[in-house]
Ligand binder design. Structure first.
Ligand code: UDP
Length: 240
């Protein structure tokens, strides 16, 4: 544990991180790999909470763009996150790792309801906790839910796992000369309109001094490197 800079972390995994090359849904070999990577931190004594997205299955905005009622579509998106949470729980349990799923929308037959004090208790006892169904409210994203849960459970940082290796000054896929920031302030992220997390999530972290580390989930030990202070990804910090 002594190598780690953070004792309790909140990891935000997008739904897309679970789908592998399939373009849709959940790839069990991917959830297995993710669980193995996260289990290593857990075995080292880091307390891990996870918020998982649902974009690999359904996004509310996509539904409303096709004419659905936005709130109705958002509830479908939140249900998609529960499926992802259950898939991840299965992957953790297959590796002998104790893992709870707590949902912001009650569905007692499949998982526990989200109760903050109980979640903190699970984490203290060494269970991994997956927070499902986002914030439980339409018109929000799982990035905002991740920022909210990170603050609520007293996490030391929010890790945002993505498909790129940090925050760039422009889209690195479309621009060869895009430059990666090693660190950047919340203010600059908001002013420059950088696509790190949505602005509600960034502002919530800024207001509550919650550090964000943006990193690429595809590197096998990137999370561990980031948590032990190696220069991986981009750190978003509070300006003095
Ligand atoms: N969602 C919501 N409220 C929340 C979190 C999520 O309504 O607090 C819905 C929203 O429709 C969103 C979908 O759930 O599009 C899936 O979440 P998100 O798009 O954040 O997933 P990700 O992009 O991380 O896979």
């Amino acid at each position: 544990m002594s190598d780690y800079r953070y004792e309790r972390v909140l990891l935000k995994l997008s739904g897309e991180a679970l789908m592998g090359d399939g373009g849709y849904g959940i790839d069990p070999s991917v959830t297995e790999r993710l669980a193995r990577q996260i289990k290593e931190l857990h075995d080292d004594g880091v307390e891990v909470g996870i918020v998982v997205g649902g974009g690999n299955i359904f996004r509310g905005l996509a539904g409303s763009a096709k004419g659905m009622d936005r709130a109705q579509a958002d509830y479908m998106g939140m249900l998609a996150t529960v499926m992802n949470a259950l898939a991840l729980q299965d992957a953790f349990e297959q590796q002998g790792c104790s893992c709870r799923v707590m949902s912001a929308i009650a569905m007692n037959e499949v998982c526990e309801p989200y109760i903050r004090r109980r979640a903190m208790n699970h984490l203290s006892k060494g269970d991994i906790v997956i927070f499902a169904a986002g914030s439980g409210n339409p018109y929000f994203t799982t990035d905002t839910a991740a920022a909210l849960r990170a603050c609520e459970i007293g996490a030391d940082c929010l890790l945002k796992a993505t498909k790129v290796d940090g925050i760039y000054d422009m889209d690195p896929v479309a621009n060869d000369d895009a430059t990666r920031f090693e660190s950047i302030s919340y203010h600059e992220v908001l002013v420059r309109g950088l696509q790190v997390m949505d602005s509600t999530a960034t502002a919530l972290c800024q207001d509550n001094h919650m550090p964000i580390i943006v990193l690429n989930i595809d590197g096998d030990d990137n999370i561990k490197k980031a948590l032990t202070g190696e220069p991986v990804g981009t750190v978003v910090y509070q300006e003095d």
